[in-house]
Structures are given as structure tokens and as C-alpha cells.
Design a binder for this molecule. Structure first.
Ligand code: F6R
Length: 242
């Protein structure tokens, strides 16, 4: 059996966050004006906390770097506390000195045009040097949900029922939860020079097992990452089924 994806197994979630923060720190040392790709979600929170601590300790500097986020709900007001731009400001952007950040515009009147514009912005910036991904229980990356075929570029995606259910924990009972999102496409993600994917907790053990067989499963978007030349999965022991 050939395992193509490089996998780093950490004892704990804290160790996973330190390992991911090391990758970011190294990247910014090597190239201070790096273009970073960022994820939201629960798993990325510890990475952002660690990067903020390192920034406060003078160990990492974002002043020349810029970022592009993977996705944003659609439609959503940027002031909505469940918008991804709100999450990013709360948990990262307002706490470090990142030169510039961009997310797909959850209020765009023409989402198709917004997808094209977003990808053009990434290209204009010189492409993404390092992107951090999470993984959905169904194997989604960004919000590219399991399907017979995948969009190349940033586009509007109907969220899978399982993704809507998984994220419902963040919404109050009286809040309308979006069922669509603007997400980087598989091509947008694949054009990143380096990819790390963070996976934590026993709840993700099944999907990690399914993609650890070295096969490309067309119905599991994340398994396509086997094809990327510089992709590392960073998992904790629970996610690794240990
Ligand atoms: C978020 C994103 C999603 C999440 C994934 C895992 O920007 O693109 O693919 O990374 O749904 O979310 P958590 O970490 O909350 O389990």
C-alpha cells in the first residue's frame, strides 16, 4: 500500500497547533511577503492563538504578508458574528500586523463574478505560498463538497446537509444559517505552493482512515490532495484513530 500524503501525527491538539505554527513561522522567515491561505473553523483556532502569542513575543512578523481566506458564507453580512470575516477579525486579523487580508465577499451581487475576481486577486498577489486547510467529516476542503465533478476556481457552492448540520452548532436557534458559500475551487487550492491540513479529534478519525489508503476517491474531495507535490496532513492521535 502506498501512502502518498505526508502525515505528521502529534500526541495532542496543542502539539498539532505548535507544529502548524512552526510551518507558518518558517514560511514567513523564508519569505516575509508570503501570500497565505487561511481557513476558519474550530481546528484552526489553536493555530491562530499560537501565531498571536508568537507575534506578541516578537517571534513572527506579518507586516509584509497578505492572506486570502478559503471561503465565506453566502449571503452573509460581514458584521454577522458567524461570517468568516468576523471570525477572522476576532481570532486573528485584529491581533496581528498582517499587511492585507481578503475573503470572498459574502454580499456580492454577482457571486460568479466575485469568484473570478477573487481568483484574479490571488494571481495578482503572485499566488498562494502556504495554505492551511481543515477537513469536513465528509472530506470537504474549503467548501468543496463531495460531488462527481469539481469546480476549478472560486465559486458558489451549495453546502452539503452534513456540513450545514456540523456548523449549526455555531448558530443560535433564531438565526438563519446560510446554505451556500463562496469557496476557493480545487484549482485555486491546488495552485498553492505548499498545503498543510489540520485534523483533530476522534470525530475525524473515520475520514482520516478513508483517505489514508493512498487512493484517489472521486467522491472524497480531500483525497485529491494526494496529487499535490507539497501537502502535509498534521493530525493528532485521536484523529489518527489511536
Ligand atoms: C473553513 C473550511 C472548512 C473547515 C472544515 C473543518 O474555512 O474551509 O473546510 O476547515 O469544515 O472545520 P472544523 O475545524 O470546525 O472541524
Amino acid at each position: 500500500m502506498i501512502i502518498v500524503i505526508k502525515k505528521i501525527v502529534c500526541d495532542t491538539y496543542d502539539e498539532l497547533c505548535l507544529t502548524a505554527a512552526d510551518v507558518f513561522t518558517e514560511q514567513l522567515k523564508k519569505k516575509p511577503d508570503s501570500v497565505l491561505g487561511l481557513a476558519t473553523g474550530e481546528t484552526a483556532l489553536g493555530l491562530y492563538d499560537e501565531l498571536i502569542s508568537r507575534y506578541n513575543a516578537g517571534k513572527v512578523d506579518f507586516s509584509k504578508a497578505q492572506s486570502f481566506n478559503l471561503d465565506e458564507y453566502y449571503p452573509i453580512d460581514p458584521e454577522h458574528r458567524q461570517s468568516y470575516v468576523y471570525y477572522m477579525k476576532e481570532n486573528f486579523f485584529d491581533k496581528v500586523n498582517l499587511a492585507k487580508y481578503q475573503l470572498p465577499d459574502g454580499m456580492a451581487t454577482d457571486p460568479d463574478a466575485e469568484g473570478i475576481r477573487f481568483d484574479e486577486e490571488i494571481d495578482k498577489a503572485g499566488g498562494i505560498d502556504l495554505i492551511v486547510l481543515g477537513i469536513g467529516h465528509n472530506g470537504h476542503i474549503g467548501f468543496n463538497e463531495p460531488a462527481p465533478s469539481y469546480y476549478f476556481g472560486t465559486h458558489l457552492e451549495d453546502l452539503a446537509e452534513s456540513s450545514i448540520t456540523a456548523n449549526s452548532r455555531f448558530f443560535e436557534a433564531d438565526e438563519v444559517q446560510p446554505t451556500k458559500a463562496l469557496t476557493m475551487g480545487m484549482g485555486t487550492i491546488f495552485k498553492a505552493k505548499k498545503i498543510i491540513q489540520l485534523v483533530s479529534g476522534a470525530g475525524k478519525a473515520e475520514i482520516v482512515k478513508r483517505v489514508s489508503d493512498g487512493m484517489i476517491h472521486t467522491d472524497i474531495p480531500t483525497s485529491l490532495l494526494h496529487l499535490h507535490p507539497d501537502m502535509t496532513m498534521i493530525v493528532d492521535k485521536k484523529a489518527n484513530g489511536e
